[in-house]
Design a protein around this ligand. Structure first.
Ligand code: UN1
Length: 512
């Protein structure tokens, strides 16, 4: 039996070797095509999951529409309590679910459990929010009139997630959407569908014991097929998508064609500026975590570090030294910080980007090769890599989902900001400095053009309380905290006349 299956997390969560990947209030018996789930840790097969057919999908949408009618009439604070109960159940299962994330996505246990913690955090936020879905009151220009806006549930919405945060990104969207009164169809990445099944098993317990309408639906499907059903379906008023820029573009085009709404959280090409006035050791920790957490497979991963020429040599030397101490391997082993990439395609992309960078004039300062680990020959391990680069090299403008960090020099803070903003993506950014003027320049209108701007902390590792998302090719969507909840509702401007005449706006006269 494969090494990864020695862990019993699967059976604890009610998972089997062959699982249904379709949940619409009940688990549908595996019938159609099967998806095989492999662990990136050693390439072994973990489980099989059944995939949805078009009929399964249509039936699911019909059920979701019916359940939505009931769910939307339950007061929001009561909906919040159901999400809180889900959060409590996740607290109990944090360790087991974290282990599934580790086995399926290759994250370290701390990062795997961190993901479940992120779900718990968002359930807390959703509970509070459920009493705060505020609308504005507006002064009317007409006598005996009252105007206000209210927020109304949208319908069955869809959330399409990627492999790198197979649990938490879904909850950012779905827990918020659920308290706003929507029901949610989840299409997980086929590279991380087992985590989705495990999460849904835990959630099912809560929905059943509370005897509430079925708010959450799961549809595992292959490749782009399920995505196409959803994005072209006018019954789904909102599609939230996390993934690559090319797929996001296609999704947004499909949804726009039918005038639906989409929330897009696409690629990042996140830069960290390290000033000569930085606390160097803090900057080093921030950059190394940002570049290497989740093996460089976060949307928020630090991919470019833009260093003041005054400290360039010293900082790069420290960076290389830090990389040489980072342990790569089976993420369950003590001391390992970098696990495997998700699959062999990711390894090929890593190798392709490095050879492209070298062709374009880059110099590999550390790493650069695939690793074959004894006993893990079928795992997908690579060396964390540092490449000295010119900011204008085309490869530097691309997001490669792997631990490749491009280092480059700047002379003035203005130049640093120009380099920083010279990529198509705009998700996360950092500056490391103790200088107030530099910090404010970074946060000024000519500063970072990203959705997330960090001072003296990493591009990666955002908290759930803020709105998460980015600009330019990142897609412009916002998820999770702040007022991101408004995307999941429709805004309605209400005007009430409580007088006995009909005064018209703009003083229009219409006597008859
Ligand atoms: C993602 O990579 O899609 O900020 C999400 C972070 C995590 C979420 C990343 N909290 O790195």
């Amino acid at each position: 039996m494969a090494a990864v299956l020695e862990e019993d997390a699967l059976s604890i969560l009610g998972l089997e070797r062959v699982n249904s990947g379709i949940y619409d209030g009940e688990w549908k018996k595996p019938a159609g095509k099967m998806l095989t789930v492999y662990s990136p840790i050693d390439g072994s097969e973990i489980a099989k999951i059944s995939m949805a057919t078009r009929e399964d999908y249509d039936e699911m949408v019909k059920k979701a529409q019916e359940e939505f009618k009931k769910w939307r009439m339950i007061p929001a604070p009561k909906r919040g309590l159901i999400i809180k109960d889900i959060g409590d159940e996740l607290r109990k299962e944090k360790r087991n679910l974290g282990r599934i994330v580790t086995i399926e996505a290759g994250k370290t246990p701390s990062e795997g459990e961190g993901e479940i913690q992120e779900m718990i955090d968002i359930s807390d936020l959703a509970l509070g929010l459920s009493r705060q879905l505020y609308g504005l009151t507006i002064a009317s220009e007409r006598p005996y009139h009252r105007m206000y806006e209210q927020w109304v549930p949208l319908g069955p919405i869809a959330v399409i997630t990627s492999f790198n945060f197979p649990a938490s990104v879904w909850s950012w969207n779905s827990f918020i959407a659920a308290v706003t009164g929507d029901v949610v169809i989840w299409k997980p990445s086929s590279k991380a569908a087992l985590t989705a099944v495990a999460v849904m098993k835990v959630i099912e317990r809560v929905l059943k014991r509370n005897n509430v309408p079925n708010i959450f639906y799961l549809m595992v499907s292959s490749g782009s097929e399920g995505g196409d059903w959803i994005t072209n379906d006018p019954r789904i008023p909102l599609v939230s998508f996390t993934g690559s820029v090319p797929v996001g573009r296609k999704i947004s085009e499909n949804v726009a064609k039918r005038l639906g709404k989409s929330i897009l959280e696409l690629g990042g090409n996140n830069g960290a500026i390290v000033s000569d006035k930085a606390d160097i050791d803090l900057a080093l920790r921030g950059v190394v975590f940002g570049a290497l957490a989740t093996a460089g497979q976060r949307c928020t991963t630090t991919r470019r570090v833009i260093v003041s020429e005054k400290i360039y040599d010293e900082f790069v030397k420290k960076l290389v030294n830090a990389y040489s101490k980072v342990k790569v391997g089976d993420p369950r082993e003590k001391g390992v910080l970098v696990g495997p990439l998700i699959d062999e395609d990711a390894v090929r992309d890593y190798e392709g980007a490095i050879s492209e960078a070298v062709k374009q004039g880059g110099k590999v300062l550390y790493g650069g090769k695939k690793i074959s680990l004894k006993g893990y020959e079928k795992g997908h391990y690579v060396e964390p890599t540092i490449i000295e680069a010119n900011p204008n090299m085309p490869i530097v403008k691309e997001e490669t989902f792997a631990p490749i960090l491009y280092v480059m020099k700047y002379k003035t803070i203005e130049e640093a900001l120009e380099i920083h903003n010279s990529v198509p993506q705009g998700l996360s950014s950092s500056i490391f400095t103790t200088d107030l003027r530099e910090e404010e320049a970074f946060l000024s209108p000519y500063g970072s053009d990203c959705g997330l701007a960090n001072v003296n902390t990493s591009t990666a590792g955002a908290e759930i309380g803020g709105a998460f998302g980015g600009e330019k090719d990142t897609g412009g969507g916002r998820e999770s905290g702040s007022d991101a909840w408004k995307f999941y509702m429709r805004r309605q401007t209400v005007t009430k006349n409580w007088g006995q005449t009909l005064p018209l706006a703009q003083d229009v006269v219409f006597d008859f």
